[in-house]
Design a protein around this ligand. Structure first.
Ligand code: ATP
Length: 238
């Protein structure tokens, strides 16, 4: 379970988040859908502890993120921008993080090989990551986020550098993980991704949630047939 309660964030005098609240229940996929600069990454960075909110509280599985450090092992995180260590190989990076999360060696090896195979990057695993394309880096970051089998997953623009085939793979993975009881929070500006995977969607604009509900509820409210049309309508109204 992931909960954000009244999150506020200023960058200087600019109010980037204006009292954002939402709750993602166990086994559900929740999408933050917003245009560039809406505040999605700021929300995600606060939830993962990379940024400090000016006020408000984050709970992961009922535990306050600012007072309980044990929550760090309770989520996996895939950042939007793949800033990786150029001189490490993909395998070295994944093994290092898997060990930090105390994943057993045999299991770690098996999981890295299986996921790298599914994502078609097995042959690159032993090359330095400085030579990887953006999509390859995204794939490494996805594998990294699930290595320790966390109960919560936080994915910031996960399909950013991926071609349609691996976008489809990732959408299926997200749905499967929710079916296994994991809680998934993702940010995207791609309405087709949000539409395919989400139990609930929050449309973010200018640091506020301007609409939320299931994709069907949002479409019914606006009397339209796609999340893309919902997005255009609510951003126009909002
Ligand atoms: P994108 O889809 O483009 O990644 P986003 O919805 O993730 O956008 P954020 O990155 O959270 O948006 O940014 C929200 C707002 O805060 C934007 O107007 C952005 O310019 C501003 N902002 C973000 N980081 C900083 C910073 N470090 N200093 C000043 N302003 C910032």
């Amino acid at each position: 379970m992931i909960e954000a309660r009244d999150l506020r964030k200023y960058y200087g005098s600019y109010e980037a988040l204006k009292k954002i609240s939402f709750r993602v229940e166990k086994g559900k996929v929740y999408s933050l859908l917003g245009s560039n600069g809406a505040g999605k990454t700021t929300i995600i960075k606060i939830i993962t502890g990379l940024l400090k909110a000016d006020s408000g509280t984050v709970f992961i599985d009922g535990k306050r993120s600012d007072s309980d450090k044990s929550i760090k092992s309770r989520f996996g995180y895939m950042p939007e921008h793949p800033d990786l260590y150029d001189r490490l190989t993909g395998r070295e990076f994944l093994c290092m993080n898997g060990r930090l999360h105390k994943v057993k060696e045999k299991r770690l090896d098996k999981k890295i090989n299986r996921l790298a195979g599914e994502l078609n990057i097995s042959e690159a695993l032993d090359s330095e990551m400085g030579s990887y394309s953006k999509g390859m880096k995204q794939k490494i970051l996805f594998i990294n986020s699930v290595l320790h089998d966390p109960p919560n997953l936080i994915l910031d623009e996960p399909t950013g550098g991926l071609d349609p085939r691996y976008t489809a793979y990732l959408k299926n993975q997200i749905i499967d993980m929710a079916d296994q009881g994991k809680t998934v929070l993702l940010s995207t500006h791609i309405t087709s991704v949000a539409s395919a995977v989400s139990d609930e969607v929050a449309v973010i604009n200018g640091g506020s949630i301007i609409a939320k509900g299931t994709p069907q509820q949002l479409m019914d409210e606006k009397n339209v047939h796609s999340l893309e049309e919902v997005f255009i309508e609510v951003v126009k109204d909002g």
